[in-house]
Ligand binder design. Sequence first.
Ligand code: NI
Length: 253
Amino acid sequence: MTRGPARAGAGVPVDDAMIARYRQDGFLVLPPITSDTELSELRRIYDRLFERRRSLEAGDFYDIAGRPGGDSGPTLPQVIRPEKYEPRLLRTAHFLTSRVIAGRLLGEDPDRLDFFGHMILKPAVHGSETPWHQDEAYMSPAWENRGLSIWMPLDEVTLESGCLHFIPGSHRGAVVRHFHLGYDPAVRGLATDEVDPADAVLCPIPAGAATVHDCLTLHYAGPNRTARPRRAYVLVFKAPSRPVAGAASRDWC
Ligand code: NI
């Protein structure tokens, strides 16, 4: 049930037509959701968190594309729940605007949404690709998930630096078969080959703009072939979920 008007409010760049497009395609490109000043502050916080990664709690920093303790440096390092270490992230226009947008797209009261932040770094030159996947493949099938990710790059993102690719309408299907990268269960990253990349829509966007995608939307990001890091800050929002009776387990879980 939608609470409040489903139209754009001050500072929230989502109108009814955008909501309809999101429900049709399972993804949406948003104009900037933060200011240049705040973006500079977010970059400082982001860089500081990756620099102090060894002091973060176990599980809050890992390389999703590699084995734990692997020999080579991380190629797709992530910081999970950065707001735990930098509570000011929850007082930014970026967070507050994103939460209202998520509420409108999910048809939920923003205050009832669960959320967590997620910072993904594709290092310059050797940042690896993020293979095709659905975010819901990472979630428990025992729960009916209704959620989305608001993905904001802190640097302009291009095809060469690893912009997102989406398959329109794929959120209306089920979770497809996934496998661990390299067929190695020690690697956290999941991938699927049940996708036709020819159907993809590419979304290069400037720093501070964002894309939103449903947790069932198939998406991919290429490797970073540029000389600059590709810093992305993702906010994941979930509506209150219900248990699924008799849920089947998944091979890759
Ligand atoms: Ni994803």
